[in-house]
Design a protein around this ligand. Structure first.
Ligand code: NDP
Length: 618
């Protein structure tokens, strides 16, 4: 067994990626396979470091102190040149004191750290910089430090102020969990160092607005419901076509049906009941800005199994599920109403929560935009997480129930003993998608919706109306537009679906496993880029092929869902077209979020992994 230099729970000095700064850290573990130590910083950030990037606390203190006192004449000269420096130096801080102060400041107090960075070289962290030049476990860091070292040799006094800028340019030593962190903490730079670090105050105003900003929010609020109505009216027609505009509108009073409203309410309550049952795992979400980690009951698979049993039992009891097909419009209107009421409730309650509970993106101060985008990140009633529930349960499971009802309607309408091949493919493919999502329900906790987006109209409408009532259009279409398929075509479509599913599942699982446990030994073969937030970015494996391999798999699957419907009409291809637009937009939203979060480390990732979704194409 190889000897391990630093022991578990030992307090040592760990190098911060991309810098020559060392902070006090505690050793959490050592992975003999990757030869990396997992260390934890005082603010809770866990990183993996090479042995060369760790120094014993005592050795660090002694060496640094001795160097800081025996500087070259050149260095002494530089001290006397700047009154500001003289003042700082008069604090006669040792390297250990600087390091200790730096720890107290730690990553959460980003701007205060900037101030510290300026001070740090005085106690001369360059004593360790030179060694770090050769030790860096990252080629980018190496390049950076070589440059720094050259500068040090040429012009020792220049290094003191130049280095922080360089580091920030490349790695953003400043902790940039989000844009908003920077301003509020900047003002605290002069606070006495002895004070304990507090979490940075949450920003109160969103920095960039998505979806066309405030005007866009008005547009989407009106357009999305109108578009769903348009699609549903189209699919009912014998010859659905975009040129049928406007489609014949039914009398307004027929859109409302109290029974349909009651059924939707019952469905949501039934799913809520399954969600709160103490069955299944309690999973932890990602750390919030407050450092807190919420718990989620991830029993989605249990919920869909029970729902399926109930649906089958209902059919055997003689309940006619084709009601869903014949009252589709009324059911969608009822669900739309519920999503609006829910969004109003969410907006009102978001006015009463503290700033650190708000999503960064939905907090612009504009009522309409914030209502649309969602203000509160994780609205909960006790432990009942409204966003997680709506994302995963009534809409997703409802989607499968509707598809099933469409298969029954097809048999009834076309006098079949069994659903057509096309209907079976659409049902099975989409069921597999949903079951997979619920089986791996925990993975949603690391997605954009859960981690970054507030819960407002956009997600409430999307989860409750858009998903169940537009993702089922292919099945709905097949009820009255049969498309016979040969066994060969079926086999080809199934193969396509499986390829897409494999890419989708593998890439999502890889990222999820990595985010949950970056030191997972099964992922030790993957290359990563460290970022100043403490998180790393995968740069090999699936996430080294394209920047969104999961989107690629999803798009291939979407193609497999549309193909069974044939090419006679555009309508069953609606999902494919919409999904391309959605994922391209989502990708660019994610790109700019990650650019803000990870700064130059993200640029480095984009340079290394050049394509976004489709290798060599896009
Ligand atoms: P992702 O699951 O791709 O999450 C994006 C986040 O992953 C980024 O913000 C970043 O977050 C992290 N990340 C990005 N690159 C890397 C990297 N190289 N290494 C490590 N982490 C990285 O996005 P979505 O939430 O959009 O999608 C999740 C799944 O849901 C996808 O498969 C998508 O296709 C699917 N989906 C399906 C929809 C549908 O309607 N059918 C709609 C939307 C999505 P951080 O660094 O903060 O962890």
């Amino acid at each position: 067994m190889p000897t391990v230099k630093y022991q578990k729970d030992e307090t040592v000095m760990g190098r911060w990626p991309g810098s020559s700064l060392y902070y006090q850290v505690k050793v959490v573990g050592f992975d003999s396979k990757s030869q990396l130590y997992t260390v934890i910083y005082k603010d809770g950030t866990e990183l993996e470091l090479k042995e060369q990037d760790i120094r014993s606390a005592a050795g660090f203190q002694l060496r640094s102190r001795s160097r800081s006192r025996s500087r070259s004449p050149g260095r002494r000269r530089s001290r006397s040149r700047s009154p500001a420096r003289t003042t700082r130096r008069s604090s006669s801080r040792t390297a250990a004191a600087v390091a200790a102060a730096a720890i107290t400041e730690s990553a959460k107090e980003s701007s205060r750290k900037d101030a510290k960075v300026k001070d740090t070289p005085e106690a001369d962290l360059s004593s360790v910089t030179k060694e770090a030049e050769n030790n860096s476990n990252n080629k980018h860091e190496k390049k950076e430090e070589n440059n720094t070292a050259n500068k040090v040799n040429e012009k020792p006094e220049a290094k003191v102020d130049a280095e922080p800028e360089k580091n920030q340019g490349r790695y953003n030593l400043r902790r940039r969990k989000d844009d908003g962190d920077a301003k509020p903490v900047e003002t605290k730079a002069e606070e006495p160092e002895e004070k304990e670090a507090k979490p940075a105050p949450a920003p109160t105003v969103a920095t960039t607005l998505d979806f066309g900003g405030k005007i866009g929010a008005y547009f989407w609020l009106l357009f999305l419901p109108a578009w769903v109505l348009f699609l549903l009216l189209q699919v009912n027609m014998e010859d659905p076509s975009l040129v049928n505009f406007p489609p014949p509108l039914p009398p307004l009073e027929t859109l409302w049906d109290t029974q349909a409203f009651g059924i939707v309410i019952l469905w949501i309550l039934f799913q809520a009941l399954l969600y709160v049952l103490p069955v299944g795992k309690l999973s932890e979400g990602m750390p919030l800005r407050t450092g807190e980690r919420l718990k989620y009951r991830t029993n989605g698979f249990f919920a869909i199994v029970v729902s399926a049993l109930v649906a089958v039992a209902a059919v055997y009891q003689g309940i006619d599920l084709t009601y869903i097909h014949s009252n589709f419009l009324q059911l969608s209107v009822a669900t739309f109403l519920i999503s609006v009421l829910l969004s109003i409730y969410l907006y009102i309650r978001s006015r009463y929560v503290s700033a650190d509970q708000l999503a960064l993106g939905g907090n612009s101060g504009n009522v309409v935009y914030d209502f649309f985008k969602g203000r509160e990140l994780n609205p909960r009633i006790k432990n009942f997480d409204l966003k997680f529930f709506c994302e995963m349960r009534p809409g997703l499971i409802g989607w499968c129930l509707i598809n099933f009802a469409m298969a029954l309607a097809e048999m009834k309408q076309q006098g079949l003993d069994a659903p057509s091949y096309a209907m079976i493919l659409v049902n099975v493919f989409q069921l597999l998608y949903v079951v997979d999502g619920l089986w791996n329900e925990e993975a949603i906790l690391t997605t954009m919706d859960l981690m970054h987006d507030g819960f407002g109209f956009m997600l409430a409408f999307g989860d409750l109306v858009w998903v169940p009532f537009t993702y089922t259009l292919q099945a709905y279409y097949l009820v009255s537009h049969p498309n016979p398929l040969s066994p060969l075509v079926v086999a080809l479509i199934v193969t396509l679906k499986l390829v897409g599913f494999y890419i989708f599942r593998k890439s999502n699982s890889e990222k999820n496993a990595f985010r949950r446990n970056p030191s997972d030994p099964t992922l030790s073969y993957l290359k990563t880029i460290p970022t100043a937030t403490g998180k790393s970015l995968l740069v090999s494996g699936w996430w080294g092929v394209v920047r969104h391999p999961n989107y690629l798999g999803d798009l291939i699957m979407a193609l497999a869902w549309s193909l069974p419907c044939g090419f006679s009409h555009l309508l069953p291809w609606y999902y494919m077209i919409y999904f391309i637009i959605l994922l391209v937009h989502r990708d660019s939203r994610d790109m700019s979020n990650c650019r803000r979060k990870y700064g130059s480390a993200w640029d480095e990732y984009c340079r290394t992994v050049r394509y976004r979704i489709i290798p060599r194409v896009y």
